[in-house]
Design a protein around this ligand. Structure first.
Ligand code: FMN
Length: 198
């Protein structure tokens, strides 16, 4: 009996020695919110070379939800936003002007309210949200000032009709968006334009 007990004690000691201690997850320090925002703003650059891979609709959805959460004067949300994903429509745009959007697979078109002096500012805030959310997703963007002349090009009348903008609105700019195929550095900034008034 004593012998059996001794065997049991030795066996259980052996088993407990061979059992692996639970692996503790290493504590990885997380960047602060301000670091994340700072790095996102500072790493965003206008991208003028894109991969052909389309951007998933779910990502574009998130981006435009962020866009319309921008501030706007009196919360008038004076913008109109159109997301162009269709390869057929992109091909039509390419046929009218192949160069201005740098081969991006998608365009986000932003239209301002014609008779609203503050609408360009509203559209600017909305657009910056697009640029920053896209950067956070590692997607490239570039603002396209007059959308390559598409809005005023008679050859693009059917493209503009497809955008279905109300008569009250006109395109202010478009944003090319897609996976980056270049990593340009920062263009110089003029810090002389900042003054602290003490
Ligand atoms: C209103 C606006 C219009 C722009 N239009 C164009 C454009 O038509 N084509 C282009 O390549 N870049 C365009 N840009 C991008 C600027 O050239 C770019 O933001 C600037 O040179 C600073 O570079 P960064 O965006 O890499 O910091 C535009 C930017 C803004 C804000």
């Amino acid at each position: 009996m004593k012998k059996l007990l001794l065997i049991l004690v030795i066996a259980s000691a052996f088993i407990s020695c061979t059992q692996k201690a639970p692996v503790e997850e290493p504590v990885v320090p997380q960047p602060s919110k301000s670091q994340i925002v700072y790095e996102n703003i500072m790493s965003r650059r206008s991208i003028r070379a894109y991969k052909q891979q389309p951007v998933p609709k779910a990502q574009l959805d998130t981006i435009v939800q962020c866009a319309i959460n921008a501030p706007s004067a009196m919360n008038a949300q004076s913008w109109q936003v159109r997301v162009i994903q269709s390869p057929e429509l992109m091909a039509k745009i390419h046929a009218v002007n192949p160069d201005f959007y740098y081969g991006a697979p998608s365009l986000i078109v932003i239209a301002k309210e014609k008779n609203n002096g503050i609408s360009p500012a509203d559209c600017g805030f909305l657009t910056q949200n697009i640029l920053l959310m896209a950067e956070a997703m590692d997607l490239g963007t570039v603002v396209l000032g007059n959308m390559g002349g598409i809005p005023n090009n008679p050859k693009a009348a059917d493209i503009m009709a497809t955008l279905d903008l109300p008569d009250t609105h006109e395109v202010i700019f478009a944003v090319a968006i897609g996976y980056k195929n270049e990593t340009p550095g920062a263009r110089p900034r003029d810090t002389g334009k900042i003054k602290f008034i003490n």
